[in-house]
Design a protein around this ligand. Sequence first.
Ligand code: ATP
Length: 358
Amino acid sequence: MAVAVQLTHVTKAFDTTLAVNDVSLKIERGEFFFLLGPSGCGKSTFLRIVAGFYKPDTGELKFDDTIVNNVPPHQRNTGMVFQNYALWPHMSVAENIAYGLTLRKLGKSERDEKITSALEMVQMVDYRDRAVNTLSGGQQQRIALARALVIEPSVLLLDEPISNLDAALRQQMRDEIKQIHDRTNITMFYVTHDQVDALSMADRMAIMQDGVIIQVGTPREVYQFPKNTFVASFVGETNFISGKVQNASNGSATIETSVGTLHSETVYHNLSDGTPVQCSIRPEALIVNSENDDNHAENTITAKITAVNYLGRIEEYQLVAADVPLKAVHYNPGIETKKPGDTVQLAIAAEAIIPLPD
Ligand code: ATP
């Protein structure tokens, strides 16, 4: 049932805005694929192209081996879940879900069975006869999911489906949506600006900026090996220290920066001597030691703490080193703490320093 979705050189413009700019991408059959990017980057336009609400100006869209550019939305067998649920408020839960089946001309008993199994999937069997407008936001979103799943879609499209929910419920829905994917193995395509959604649920994700796909990879690949400074700062948090490559070879480089010489063992761009770079260093990779620790070791920076933010599980430090603002995260902080004004040594593993072309 599940299909692979393939776009080849797909473009869609509105007047002078290129919302989707020459995108080529393949979502594998049964994959849980994310499109992640900031507001206005073209995510919804991309999703609407896959759903059939927009036709690409150029390029080709395929479901498995079939070109579907001219297939209308209701013939694509896609399920859709929106941020605002888009349910009929005065209908019951069962009527809402049944609506997805009306085109399919099923007998009553078969329809009832399908409604029950869709409700089981979202753990809402007991709510079958409730009016939708008496449900909470989280419950309504489960019904929207059930309505999309009941038709056994070839691909399930999700547009920021949990953005309206509070933080605790969002986390619960992430777990449940992922479990639904694991159980059904439907091809799922989820667009969001929320990196936590993508990092926690995706098999693979694409990062989009201004209509262009910048990078595609697993969450770990994208977080650990961002292709450029945009991806490094959009997916997770990072520090940037600007510098110039002194020499680079075989995956390592020496970089001159205002905070001193840094040695990187994670170089995956072609960097010639003299290339300006931004060294991306994640906050958790800055190890905060006290002032008196060895400051001659490689990749050690002297910095001053400007603010301390204690959050229980973690402690965040704002620092400054030679006018470069930095952020460090310390896990499992004890009773002792460092204070604003303290001078510290920051130690960084060479593997955690990623020079990216400026
Ligand atoms: P958001 O996260 O805010 O929903 P998005 O990443 O989904 O944003 P799109 O809604 O796809 O972005 O919009 C991409 C670009 O295309 C934006 O510049 C937007 O203003 C423009 N755009 C989208 N739809 C239309 C339209 N119907 N007419 C004109 N311009 C449009």
